[in-house]
Design a protein around this ligand. Structure first.
Ligand code: DX5
Ligand code: ZN
Length: 219
């Protein structure tokens, strides 16, 4: 079943609550919280994303799909676990120590959240194969992490295809989330490649019929 996760990265602070309400009534499945620390990626929106995550957790029953684009993963994992996110995802590129990655996976699972590992466009699926049996989702970045409104990089869909094939060959049943440049056209390509959770930011935020737009993504 295809799920939609609305990225709140580019939601304007002045009408955020109204936008969150419209997204929720458009039948999205999750709110995608894009946390950027100014180190792993250039932009720093730590305060704003915490504010949005707290607001959403008070006003909506929908799950938080938290995407940590941060260098100091442990610090943000502890902070966001307090909000009991549905999914908590960190970038494999941020940690070069396998033991640390394994202990983070355990910490997130013990707290009851689903754990995701994100890979940027230049990162191969080889780097995460050893973790696949221990996590719930792979987030395949279809743009370079750091900002919304970018165009999907087509080669990343080949990565989704290869990953899906590997999962099927090895009987590993976990979610594949695609993130960046997803709209009614690219969503179809991503689903055909094997993705089952679609992150959409600007496509939904700029839509004046969000119910229709979410439906188009899921078709
Ligand atoms: C980019 C973020 C994405 C982005 C998606 O670093 O991880 O979630 O906000 O926004 P769109 O759908 O506009 O590309
Ligand atoms: Zn994201």
């Amino acid at each position: 079943m295809i799920e939609v996760s609305a990225s709140v990265l580019n939601v304007d602070k002045t009408n955020a609550n109204h936008m969150f309400y419209n997204l929720e009534t458009a039948k999205i499945n999750y709110f995608h919280i894009d946390v950027m620390d100014g180190k792993f990626v250039e932009r720093n929106n730590v305060e704003l994303m915490k504010d949005y995550a707290l607001t959403i957790s008070h006003m909506s029953n929908l799950g938080l799909d938290v995407h940590l684009m941060v260098k100091d993963v442990e610090e943000f994992v502890d902070e966001y676990l307090m909000l009991e996110p549905q999914i908590l995802t960190f970038h494999v590129e941020a940690i070069d120590d396998e033991e640390k990655i394994r202990s983070l996976i355990d910490r997130i699972k013990r707290s009851g959240s689903r754990v995701g590992i994100a890979i940027s466009p230049n990162t191969s699926i080889e780097t995460i194969k050893k973790y696949l049996n221990y996590i719930h989702m792979i987030l395949v970045m279809t743009v370079v992490p750091g900002k919304g409104g970018q165009t999907l990089i087509p080669e990343t869909l080949d990565k989704v295809k290869n990953l899906k094939q590997y999962l099927e060959e090895n009987n590993i049943d976990i979610d594949i989330e695609v993130d960046g440049g997803i709209n009614n056209e690219t969503a179809k390509l991503a689903i055909d490649a094997g993705a089952n959770i679609l992150v959409a930011g600007n496509y939904l935020i700029s839509s004046d019929n969000k119910i229709e737009s979410v439906k188009k993504l899921k078709e």
